[in-house]
Design a binder for this molecule. Structure first.
Ligand code: ARG
Length: 257
């Protein structure tokens, strides 16, 4: 994770961002602390990367890389405003001693790559280049399934879908192309289907450890559905970070060693 010390909305690279709306780093930090505390209370270890002045979106650690089997596939950001985050995260991982592959193609890390036990789901359409899906597959030796995003409000795969465990997912159908939707239905007949209402509070930007799901508090319908499915729901309020288009998952890069 990365403390939102320099968090701000100074540019707009997705429809959630409005520089005129005013976002507070102080409030973001307070909310972010509750997310970090939630992980720690569940026994998950949290490592921190130092935030960099001038990179207001760096709090969204998910975009910094994709780490699978202790191999790091580096991010290459779509927008110039975030370009310097890629090398910063790559350096952090290199210092940990992990092999880092510098990407040749645009990709925003776990924003568009979600890892299940047998397959990696990969989004394209707004940020990540489909060529990066192939590059990740070659580097990581895991099958990568391309999914096309069609609604600019759900510009990263992790705004529209999250893994419930290693085998099943929850998603908002309206974010996907017709063909990708058919792929999802075929792969995940037992998926939890989220409403537009829950998607619009970034309810799908959730993090599950297979038992506990950390989810934006406003996503009440989805939370009820998760509880019916036997999951323990931990609601968090990240409304300040949502002003930049981010939620719990965006703030979290999973390090799979
Ligand atoms: N403002 C950031 C951007 O548009 C938000 C990134 C959210 N991260 C994510 N994993 N969806 O790039």
């Amino acid at each position: 994770m990365c403390r939102p010390e320099f968090f701000a909305v100074t540019y707009a690279i997705n429809p959630w961002m409005d520089p005129a709306a005013g976002a507070s780093a102080g409030k973001a930090l307070e909310q972010w602390n509750t997310l970090k505390a939630a992980y720690e209370s569940l026994g998950h270890r949290v490592s921190l990367i130092d935030p960099i002045d001038g990179l207001p979106d760096m709090v969204f650690a998910a975009n910094g890389a994709l780490v699978v089997d202790a191999h790091v596939y580096g991010a290459k950001f779509a927008h110039a405003e975030r370009a310097d985050e890629g090398p910063a995260y790559a350096k952090w991982f290199a210092e940990l001693g992990l092999p880092v592959k510098e990407a040749n193609f645009t990709n925003e890390g776990e924003g568009d790559f979600l890892t299940l036990d047998e397959v990696i789901l990969a989004g394209t359409g707004f940020r990540t280049d489909v060529a990066a899906h192939m590059e990740a597959q070659e580097f990581l030796g895991r099958p990568v399934v391309t999914l096309r995003l069609v609604d600019p409000r759900f510009y990263h795969l992790d705004t529209a879908l999250f893994p419930l465990d290693g085998h099943n997912v929850a998603y908002y159908p309206g974010a996907f192309s017709e063909g990708s939707l058919r792929v999802l239905r075929r792969m995940f007949p037992d998926a939890i289907i989220a409403s537009e209402e829950d998607a619009l509070v970034l309810g799908l930007n959730a993090v599950s450890d297979g038992k506990n799901v950390i989810v934006n508090a406003e996503a009440t319908g989805l939370s009820a559905e998760l509880e019916r499915g036997g999951y323990s729901v931990i609601p968090v309020d990240l409304s300040e970070l949502r002003k930049a288009g981010g939620g719990p998952k965006c703030c979290t890069l999973e390090i799979r060693l």
